[in-house]
Design a protein around this ligand. Sequence first.
Ligand code: NAP
Length: 312
Amino acid sequence: MSTAPLFQRLALIGFGLIGGSIARAARAQGLAGEIVVTARSPATRARVQELGVVDRVVETSAEAVKDADLVILCIPVGACGPVAVEIAPHLKAGAIVSDVGSVKGMVVREMGPHLPDNVHFIPAHPVAGTEHSGPDSGFAELFINRWCILTPPPDTDPAAVEKLATFWRTIGANVEIMAAEHHDLVLAVTSHLPHLIAYTIVGTADELEDVTQAEVLKFSAGGFRDFTRIAASDPTMWRDIFLANKDAVLEMLGAFQEDLSKLTRAIRRGDGEALFDHFKRTRAIRRGIVDLGQETASPDFGRPLAPLPKKT
Ligand code: NAP
């Protein structure tokens, strides 16, 4: 017995890592009667057509949202406001309009005022990603066992929120609901600050005089390598995130700088006890993440191990 799809028509605006993953997962799960996609550049639209993972590729956002009952903007946060202006007159009454941006307060401020009252605006953020981008980078399994945070404004219809939550759960995500401002504070510490640290440290290593670049690369397994993965993330996306979440990031950066000063002082004074206590506490946090299933306990981060060299 076949059941009706959750949405008759799903419109995706933007087809990179996130848009491409949503499309593939929604298709695999039969969540939409039709998936319509648009992207900014003709090159991306042509590539989506070639990939054959959606039903229709159209040229404009206005065209894409026509008769769609779920519209998801999968574009950088800085582009959401202008796209909201473009699609507003073309949205179907009763449609759910959402996004996937990594910052929520700005998306609410910049999209909300342009959308008509007869649609349900439910911003969302799937906390899942890789350092890859573009139409070929998406995959259907990206959201499995990852969180998707919905930040509906206070007066949003609960049935619409539940319908969008069902969509995300069906493609593997765990759904959490919170206020947009709280989301931005939480993500500032769990995602934005770590990215800023990675961008800083990789830049610092690049500019050293006494240690050559070749040495940094050669001995990167000492810890540096894991920062380079994060620091390889998309420059446009991360520029937008820091501009969009300025206040929360600055607040967390202040706390971080205070803690860094404490550790600096402990090193300068040779205070091994302070360093040990701190590292013991942070190790427990890592174990907590593994216990929650958000990471594997394998020490190699999933990298395949080569066999030992043959004895000569
Ligand atoms: P991506 O792979 O670079 O794809 C971005 C898409 O947005 C492309 O289709 C691109 O079009 C389009 N685009 C770029 N600038 C635009 C503009 N000014 N106007 C209209 N469309 C524009 O990016 P992504 O990783 O999927 O990220 C998309 C969103 O997901 C961002 O808001 C990001 O904050 C959020 N997010 C990302 C991750 C992650 O780890 N990557 C995780 C969670 C949430 P063209 O291809 O034609 O240039």
